[in-house]
Design a protein around this ligand. Structure first.
Ligand code: 2P0
Length: 320
């Protein structure tokens, strides 16, 4: 978009999302174009509220959860660089207030919901009136996974073929699954040592095992679509868990090795496997961090909570 001046303040919300088939690896690092398609589920009310207020000045003011950040802080620079995509007149600046209601303890990435909410707020403040797919493309430029947070429910990120990335964006699946539950298991809330951007790059450049990842992801995309269409929870859970472990296998096979797990992560995985051996339909997925996200159905919620007390649970499609 080519813009002249801000028209108004704006406030928007976007949900966080959990990928069932992961985005891992870029074919273009500047445009955030992925090597594989991915599929996620958005987390309903858990996400980011972003408010934009036009201000006089030479620099944006970035606030995160009620605290003003230094203009040189990493997050501030990322936000300003993203607003630059929308800015022709460099004197157009904003106060950006970002609030995450994702329990920090869950250690969930907030960049997906953050850039999605910022994109929606810019669309309003600048009166762009862009269609959802265009907004998804723009959000992707801030953070790849943000292109999925533009939508509710199950979302596919089509990788696209074009070099300019205009066919690489999120598409919501026309599917609902009442009773579908996600549980957030906190292992460690601390910020990770290696961010996703560098982790992906290291994996693509150094892990021979990564060559098999695009094939795994393509096969998993089909299985997940089938599972969602047929509401086959076992197929969904198995596919998501194997997909996450396959992604982690490529990370571990990088050099220097990239292992996001902690002893408690492995203990939680073993607990899930044990419960499953006893007949419980419980699966997990994990991202670039030590925390687990559990997948289960409403009818098993009480049993799951007995084994994982203090579990924050979300039902993206409501209960049955
Ligand atoms: C995902 N992750 O699909 C995967 C699984 C982490 C592991 O998308 O560099 O923060 O900003 O495009 O979007 C996190 O990566 O990376 C992510 P950038 P992003 O959810």
């Amino acid at each position: 978009p080519k813009l002249v001046k801000a028209s108004a303040s704006a406030e928007q919300f976007a949900p966080s999302n959990i990928a069932l088939c992961k985005y891992w690896g870029k074919r273009d690092a500047e445009l955030n174009l992925p090597i594989n398609a991915s599929l996620s589920v958005s987390l309903d009310y858990l996400g980011t509220h972003t408010r934009l207020i036009p201000i006089e000045g030479q620099v944006d003011e970035v606030w995160l959860n009620g605290q003003q950040l230094q203009p040189g802080a990493r997050f501030s620079r990322k936000v300003s660089a993203f607003i630059d995509l929308f800015r022709r007149d460099q004197t157009l600046c904003f106060k950006v207030e970002t609030r995450n209601n994702i329990p920090t303890a869950a250690g969930l990435a907030s960049s997906a919901s953050g850039f999605a909410a910022l994109t929606l707020a810019l669309n309003d403040a600048l009166a762009l009136d862009l269609p959802p797919e265009a907004l998804s493309i723009l959000a992707r430029m801030g953070s790849g996974s943000a292109c999925r947070s533009l939508f509710e429910g199950f979302v596919e990120w089509r990788m696209g073929q074009r070099e300019d990335g205009l066919d690489s964006h999120g598409i919501p699946l026309d599917a609902s699954w009442p009773g579908f539950c996600i549980g957030l298991v906190e292992v460690d809330a601390a910020e990770k040592a290696v961010d996703s951007r560098s982790g992906m790059q290291r994996t693509v450049e150094t892990a021979h095992l990564y060559q098999s990842w695009p094939l795994q992801a393509a096969a998993d995309m089909s299985k997940l679509q089938q599972a969602i269409q047929e509401r086959d929870f076992s197929l969904l859970g198995q596919t998501a868990e194997q997909n996450a472990l396959s992604m982690h296998a490529t990370m571990i096979a990088s050099w220097p090795p990239l292992l996001y797990w902690q002893p408690d992560s492995v203990a939680a995985m073993q607990k899930v496997w044990q419960l499953r051996a006893q007949g419980l339909e419980l699966y997990f997925t994990m991202d670039a961090g030590p925390n687990l996200k559990l997948l289960f159905q409403r009818q098993d919620r009480d049993v799951v909570l007995q084994h994982f007390p203090n579990l924050e649970t979300v039902e993206p499609f409501g209960s049955e």
